[in-house]
Design a binder for this molecule. Structure first.
Ligand SMILES: NC(=O)c1ccc[n+]([C@@H]2O[C@H](COP(=O)([O-])OP(=O)(O)OC[C@H]3O[C@@H](n4cnc5c(N)ncnc54)[C@H](OP(=O)(O)O)[C@@H]3O)[C@@H](O)[C@H]2O)c1
Length: 302
C-alpha cells in the first residue's frame, strides 16, 4: 500500500528503521516518494536492511538511548537539511530479566521509549519549525493501559524491576509526552499510534515458545507500518494533534493518559534529565550506569 498523499517534497526521519515496523515504514515512505532519513544505531545493518529500498533513503547513525548520540545526530541532520516535515519516533524496546541501564545511566526502557523521543524531538524542533505542516508521530502501544506513573521511582530504582510494567509505563509516559508536546507546539501535529500486535523483534526477550507462537500468529511488520504511515502522511490529519490512534482509528485514552498536570510534570522531569546530562559531573554517567547495572542501587526519590 502507498502512503495517503504525495510525499515528493517531504523529508521524514524514522528512528529504528533497520528492522521491524520502522523498516517497513521507511520502505513505504520512500516508495511513496519521500526523502527518508533512516535513523539507526548500526549504520551498516541499516544500510543492508534498506538496500532494496529506492534511492531516497539516507542513513543517520543514532542511538536513541544516548543523549550524546541524539545531540550528534541532530547536529548532523541540521547540517544537511533545512527542514523536517515528519519525525517518526518508532525505535523502542521491551526488556525482561534484570534492570539494565543506558550509557547515561537511565533504565533502558525509559531511556529508549521516553527520554530518547523527548530529547530527539526537542533537538530537531528547529527543523520541524521550518516545515510547512510539521508532524511528530510517536509509536506507542495499547499496553499503556497497564502503565502507571510512579513519580518517585519512574526508572525502577527502588522497586523490583519487571519488564512488563516498565514497558507499559513507558508507553503511558509517551502518551503524556505527546499530549504536552501538542499543547506547547501549536503548529505541530503530534500524535501517538499503536501499530497493533505485530510479529517483530520486540518480542525477542520472551520465552522461546511464547515468542515462536506469537511470531506465527501475529501479522507481519508491513501491517504494523500502515497505521504509522497513515498518521504520518494522511492529509486530513495534518492539523490533528494530541490524539491516540489504535491502528487506523482514533481512540479515546484513559484518564491517566489525559491528565494535563501529569503531562506537564513529566515534561519538566524529562527536561531536567536532559539538562543534567549537559552539566559537568552529572549524577548519571558511565560510572553511575555501571553501579546501576546490578539493578536496585541508585536514586530513590522520597
Ligand atoms: N510489535 C508489536 O506488537 C508492537 C506493539 C505495540 C507497539 N510497538 C512499538 O513499535 C515500535 C517498533 O517496534 P517493533 O515492533 O518494530 O520492534 P523491533 O523489531 O524490535 O524494532 C525496534 C527497532 O527499534 C530500534 N532500536 C531499539 N533500541 C534502539 C536504540 N537505542 N537506538 C536506535 N534504535 C533502537 C531497533 O534497532 P536494532 O535493530 O538496532 O535493535 C529496531 O530497529 C516500538 O516503539 C514498539 O514499542 C510494537
Amino acid at each position: 500500500m502507498q502512503p495517503d498523499n504525495d510525499l515528493a517534497e517531504k523529508t521524514i526521519l524514522v528512528t529504528g528503521a533497520s528492522g521491524g515496523i520502522g523498516l517497513e515504514v521507511a520502505r513505504m515512505l520512500a516508495e511513496g516518494g519521500a526523502r527518508v532519513v533512516a535513523a539507526v544505531r548500526d549504520p551498516q545493518r541499516g544500510a543492508a536492511a534498506l538496500a532494496s529500498v529506492s534511492e531516497g533513503v539516507e542513513i543517520l547513525p543514532l542511538d536513541v538511548s544516548s543523549l550524546a548520540s541524539i545531540h550528534t545526530a541532530a547536529q548532523d541532520y541540521h547540517a544537511k537539511h533545512s527542514a523536517l516535515d515528519v519525525l517518526v519516533n518508532n525505535a523502542g524496546v521491551a526488556v525482561s530479566g534484570r534492570r539494565r541501564c543506558s550509557v547515561d545511566g537511565h533504565e533502558i526502557t525509559w531511556a529508549t521509549n521516553v527520554l530518547g523521543p523527548f530529547a530527539l524531538t526537542q533537538a530537531l524542533l528547529p527543523a520541524l519549525h521550518a516545515a510547512d505542516a510539521p508532524r511528530v508521530v510517536n509509536v506507542g502501544s495499547s499496553a499503556y493501559g497497564y502503565g502507571k506513573m510512579v513519580w518517585n521511582d519512574l526508572e525502577f530504582e527502588c522497586r523490583r524491576f519487571r519488564g512488563g510494567p516498565a514497558y507499559a509505563s513507558s508507553k503511558l509516559a509517551l502518551l503524556l509526552f505527546t499530549r504536552e508536546l501538542a499543547r506547547r507546539e501549536a503548529r505541530l501535529a503530534a500524535n501517538c499510534v499503536h501499530p497493533g500486535g505485530i510479529a517483530t523483534g520486540i518480542w525477542r526477550e520472551l520465552p522461546a515458545l511464547v515468542r515462536a507462537i506469537l511470531m506465527r500468529i501475529l501479522p507481519p511488520p508491513s501491517r504494523g507500518a500502515l497505521p504509522v504511515v497513515h498518521v504520518a502522511t494522511a492529509p486530513e490529519l495534518a492539523h490533528v494533534s494530541g490524539r491516540f490512534f489504535h491502528g487506523m482509528r482514533e481512540r479515546d485514552v484513559s484518564a491517566a493518559a489525559k491528565n494535563d498536570a501529569a503531562a506537564a510534570q513529566l515534561w519538566d522531569i524529562l527536561a531536567a534529565q536532559c539538562a543534567a546530562q549537559r552539566e559537568p559531573a552529572p549524577p548519571h554517567g558511565p560510572a553511575a550506569a555501571a553501579a546501576n547495572r546490578t539493578g536496585t542501587e541508585g536514586r530513590c526519590g522520597g
